[in-house]
Write a protein that binds this ligand. Sequence first.
Ligand code: AP5
Length: 241
Amino acid sequence: MVSQVVATSREKVCKTGPIVLLGAPGAGKGTQARKITEAYHIPQISTGDLLRENVAKGTSLGLAAKAVMDRGELVPDQLVCDMVAKRLLEPDCAQGFILDGFPRTVAQAEWLDNFLNGKLFEGHPCKRMPPIVIDIAVGYNQLLRRLTGRRSCPTCGRIYNIYLQSPRVPDVCDAEGTKLVQRKDDTEEVISERLKTYERQTLPLLEYYRTKGRLQTLDGDRDPDQVAAQTLQAIEHGHRL
Ligand code: AP5
């Protein structure tokens, strides 16, 4: 008789290890994270989405983050790291996960390395697997076009662009029929601040991961499917680094 084995999250094998998507605001991290989720069936953990959920619910984290996000600056490292720690310990992360928008400072990257190797992650199938780090590089003018043209579906989260990836019916989600919305921080003034914040606080991260031999940079100026093909290749290559 064949005995049935019910796998718990602890017994699962980590399929990909942690995947870190880096890139400026509008580089296409969210778009590519959704494609990786479809290919590998692992969750997308977007710190921007988690923070916006907290703002919408009016939690204490949301109250602390709102004004900072409205200005296009970064939420303090400790608040974001605590939020990520809680999320990574949920059972759906057992086979791997995609970090979209995290880390964003060298301090966050150091925290992540310690967390993945530390006590709280003991017994997790992805423990001690070094992250696969993918930087999506896109030129400045293209970033501006992507951010000012972005619209998303409040029901399913699907992302569109009025200039580059428009829905079939203007301003309506193809899948849900819901009216699309524009993010509050996608105004020209806040976009300019977000891009400055990226240069000042996030660009140094590239050097951090380059020094560790983990950084892979993709040409993000191509169309989303071409970028996705490069992304999936980088994930396969990342296992061999
Ligand atoms: P967050 O939500 O992470 O915003 P972001 O990093 O500024 O990135 P975006 O979501 O704007 O862009 P994306 O790269 O995901 O591009 P997308 O795929 O949507 O963070 C928001 C705020 O939260 C931060 O400013 C900060 O305050 C706070 N925060 C978040 N994480 C934090 C952290 N770790 N620490 C501290 N604070 C934190 O695509 C953009 C558009 O381009 C879309 O319209 C899309 O359709 C289009 N597009 C995408 N790819 C292509 C392509 N290849 N060709 C043509 N169009 C494309």
